[in-house]
Design a protein around this ligand. Structure first.
Ligand code: SF4
Length: 440
């Protein structure tokens, strides 16, 4: 049967917050009667939710605009997201773009489409720094995903020298506790057993609210009303990990023992040039304190290589620090020049070849750390949220433990998808633990 619904194709670049917002947009578009189709197929309207974290992200967005136009030359194109927020005029001038919509107006896209705004060219974007309140984009389901993400904070007040994000997202703003509790309840009612609380600068949660709130406070409120879901935190800055948060992580089983703590560099001169507000000693003490207080907690680390001024000595300080610390894995990013940031004007630049070599050294270290951390759990019991799909390579059921270890299940029980089960880890192979479900 032929549908008369307008077909909308949506694609997303960038971080978990952008992914969350696109999923919320898709849910709202569906409710308003639009038909969602794959970005590769012919659609009436294409929406590109962009990222602008590097010059390459902007390039990818322009490529997607051209691809959409090639797939259907008659289609209308909407560009939204971070690149649209910081370079609205540049994007509006591109061939084929109908609407440019900043981050502050992203939530009104479905309503704009209903009103027929797509039939003329236009830009909907205000000064993001004037945005004082959190713009909620409700979401109840993530199709095809076992865990739900909940965006509870937006914006950042920190202005690290390499980062354009504060210009794309504005000042820190938070979702009020009442709305968070409602959203958590909806996810649980829809069957989710893990929610990842996410934001641009999660540790700044609540400071803008009246009365002020904080991350530990909202975690306590969720814990008081729900015991039937586990909570994971996305990335959190070193200076925002309080003793109170660590005590809560220690006491409450529903909080996943997993923290992702950006380091960026282990060299104090580079950290200063990055305008990060800690030094390598603070970071070392913090990680050691966490690993003593919570020995099974997985610590993930973001680290950047090739920031201007990083010579061999500075890189070796980063390498040495990470070799010493009991971390579980690293996310390694080669520094990439971002026009409009202070770091763009910093010298000397690091040759691409050196960046590649340093990234490769740290990625090897990450594999070693992952293996060391995983091996500690052989013979032990772990709580694993089993995913609905199977591992492509082995055909086994797969999932993540509460401390973020990827696990493959050797007893292939189809009824466990989406549930948290207890497993006993029996072997480690190729970056993953293998285990069997055991009685809880
Ligand atoms: S804390 Fe720094 S790196 Fe993170 S979003 Fe804010 S400015 Fe960017």
């Amino acid at each position: 049967m032929k549908s008369n619904k307008e077909k909308v194709a949506l694609t997303t670049l960038g971080c978990k917050v952008n992914q969350y917002e696109s999923t919320a947009l898709a849910e709202d578009l569906g409710k308003k009667g639009f038909s969602l189709v794959s970005f590769r197929s012919p659609a009436d309207i294409y929406i590109i939710n962009t990222c602008t974290v590097t010059a390459f992200s902007d390039f990818q967005a322009r490529q997607l605009i051209r691809r959409a136009k090639r797939t259907n030359p008659q289609a209308k194109i909407i560009v939204t997201g971070c690149y649209a927020q910081v370079a609205a005029a540049e994007i509006a001038a591109l061939n084929g773009v109908n609407l440019v919509i900043g981050n502050d107006q992203k939530h009104i896209i479905p309503a704009l489409l209903q009103k027929g705004a797509i039939n003329s060219k236009g830009t909907f974007s205000d000064d993001i720094f004037q945005q004082k309140t959190f713009c909620e984009m409700p979401l109840t389901k993530f199709s095809g995903r076992t865990r739900a993400f909940l965006k509870i904070q937006d914006g950042c007040n920190s202005f690290c020298s390499y980062c354009i994000v504060p210009f794309a997202r504005g000042k820190s703003r938070s979702l009020p506790p009442k709305n968070i509790l409602e959203a958590v309840t909806k996810f649980v009612q829809n069957g989710y057993r893990e929610i990842v609380l996410t934001g641009i600068h999660l540790g700044a949660y609540g400071y803008d609210l009246n009365p002020p709130a904080n991350l530990t406070g909202i975690l306590r409120q969720i814990i008081n009303c729900r015991k039937d879901v586990r909570l994971r935190l996305s990335s959190i800055e070193p200076g925002e990990i309080t003793d109170e948060l660590l005590q809560l992580l220690n006491k409450e089983d529903i909080l996943c023992p997993h923290l992702h703590i950006p380091l960026q560099s282990g060299d104090d001169k580079i950290l200063q040039m990055m305008k990060r507000n800690y030094d390598s000693y603070f970071y070392r003490m913090l990680i050691e304190k966490i690993s003593i207080a919570l020995s099974d907690l997985a610590i993930g680390v973001d680290v950047m290589v090739g920031f201007p001024g990083e010579g061999d000595a500075e890189f070796n300080n980063t390498l040495k620090l990470l070799q010493d610390l009991p971390v579980a894995y690293l996310h390694v990013f080669p520094y990439s020049e971002r026009p409009g940031t202070t770091a763009q004007k910093l010298y000397p630049k690091v040759p691409e070849k050196a960046k590649k070599e340093r990234a490769s050294i740290l990625r090897n270290l990450s594999s070693k750390k992952r293996e060391e951390f995983s091996l500690r759990f052989l013979g032990k019991k772990l709580d694993v949220l089993v995913e609905k799909g199977k591992d492509k390579r082995t055909g086994l059921r797969k999932g993540f433990s509460n401390n973020y270890l990827p696990v493959l299940l050797e007893n292939n029980d189809s009824s466990v998808g989406g549930r948290v089960v207890k497993i006993c880890a029996e072997k480690y192979h190729d970056g993953k633990l293998y285990g069997k479900i055991v009685p809880g």
